[in-house]
Ligand binder design. Structure first.
Ligand code: 5CA
Ligand code: ZN
Length: 413
């Protein structure tokens, strides 16, 4: 699938030393230091294209964009893979409800998403892969799992047996009761007769009447959700034999911790004998009016609508960075207005013929980002510097500061 237009990233002054990146890891429930390497492998779960791009999506992709930017600024290459769940029940249900062809709906929403990502200056993934184009990979992955006796049929559908992964549950830390309840909330079918374990997940769905299906050695059908991400990650991130884990970072919103990321990790573990990711990184949920912003609840604020109403995408970016990525947080007009006035302060400082010393600020920015993406600290440092500038302080290098804001925070001001 075509990714979106690339974003220019300024080259920072040579010889700058950046602290190693530290990130929260869901599996160990602690902070990991991301060891410096020449290539980092990062997989982030992409949209299901039927109601995009709301501010929850934007906040999540922006978070991984900060990781991508920081690792690149440290001199590493990032192989960044993102999927698009362009065939799944919710997409078909929405297309049916609205009387529109499912492919047309997906295409419209993917186009909208690409435009929003460009507006927000999110660096495109190296590989942007749709579930439909990945069907041959899914079939290969299911074949691998079959060789390891972890696949069984229920009627003409195929299921993955979670008990084949002795680590099952170790990444998400939930009780069985919690797992069962979240599994059924998020597309699972714990009560289906014929399953060996209620938590076993569907990997191949035999074609249903009036639904699309693809011919394969598994029969005519379509992929289950979790195996799609497992197959795409393992193929396009091209894990190294010599690495202890398959990839460096597996990411998405906290709503994916269970079952989605637990299932992907379990499948990858059974297929390869290795743990999927060194770090499992999850963003908090953006909400509106007291509830998680979600397609099913319909309480959505769209990036494209804000932009069409004249809001500067950099103000949206600033607003989403004004709180820590791991916190569940509410979106409101106040959050947006505050971001707007803070950016105005910074822009006023940029108009001054002399600006406050920038060396310390640049260092504060890299320290804040390296510290588990502490964007509130980074933005606070920019505001204090702007105030010092307005108070007449001088001696700074505005060009270098602007480049740093762009390279590390994606802020082109
Ligand atoms: N296609 C699957 C992942 S394979 C999916 O979850 N699609 S999605 O469109 O529902 O979500 C896309 C991404 O946005 C996921 O990483 C999800 O965790 C994240 N996300 C969804 N809602 C929110 C929200 N309210 N706040 C923050 N992130 C969110
Ligand atoms: Zn996924």
């Amino acid at each position: 699938m075509k990714s979106w237009t690339s974003v220019d990233i300024p080259v920072l002054a040579a010889g700058r030393k950046f602290p190693e990146l530290k990130l929260s890891d869901t599996a160990s429930q602690g902070i990991h230091t991301v060891k410096k390497k020449s290539t980092h492998r990062m997989y982030v779960c992409g949209i299901t294209p039927y109601d995009s791009t709301h501010l929850g999506h934007a906040a999540t992709y922006l978070t991984f964009d900060l990781i991508n930017r920081y690792l690149r600024a440290c001199g590493s290459t990032v192989n960044y893979v993102q999927n698009i769940t362009d065939i799944d029940d919710p997409l078909l249900e929405r297309a049916n409800r609205d009387g529109i062809d499912w492919q047309e709906l997906a295409q419209q929403q993917i186009d909208l998403f690409r435009g929003d990502m460009v507006a927000l200056r999110v660096i495109p993934p190296t590989h942007y892969i749709g579930a439909v184009e990945a069907i041959p990979l899914v079939v290969e992955a299911v074949n691998e799992l079959q060789l390891r006796e972890s696949i069984y049929p229920v009627d003409a559908d195929l299921y993955f047996a979670i008990e084949k992964d002795p680590q099952f549950g170790k990444r998400s830390h939930l009780s069985l009761k919690e797992m069962l309840s979240i599994f059924s909330e998020r597309g699972g079918d714990p009560l289906r007769p014929g399953k060996q374990n209620p938590l076993d997940c569907l990997v191949w769905m035999n074609r249903r009447p009036n639904e699309p299906g693809w011919e394969s050695s598994l029969g005519v059908g379509r992929p289950g959700w979790h195996i799609e991400c497992t197959a795409i990650a393992l193929k396009y991130l091209n894990p190294l034999e010599t690495d202890e884990t398959l990839i460096d970072i597996q990411g998405g919103g906290s709503d994916l911790i269970f079952p989605h990321h637990e299932m992907c990790a379990a499948q990858a573990h059974v297929m390869t004998g290795k743990e999927l990711a060194t770090s499992y990184v999850h963003t908090g949920m953006i909400g509106l009016d007291g509830e998680k912003m979600s397609k099913s609840r319909g309480n959505l604020v769209f990036v494209s609508r804000l932009v069409a109403a004249g809001v500067d995408p950099m103000v949206i970016r600033w607003a989403l960075m004004s709180n820590h990525y791991r916190l569940d947080r509410m979106w409101s007009d106040e959050v947006l207005n505050k971001a707007h006035s803070e950016i105005s302060v910074v822009k006023n400082a940029f108009q001054m013929s002399h600006v406050a010393p920038t060396e310390h600020l640049v260092q504060q920015l890299s320290e804040a980002i390296s510290n588990d993406l502490d964007t509130p600290a980074a933005l606070a440092a920019i505001i204090s510097w702007s105030e010092e500038t307005m108070n007449g302080s001088s001696g700074g290098d505005l060009k270098e500061l602007r480049n740093t804001l762009d390279a590390l925070l994606g802020l082109l001001l």
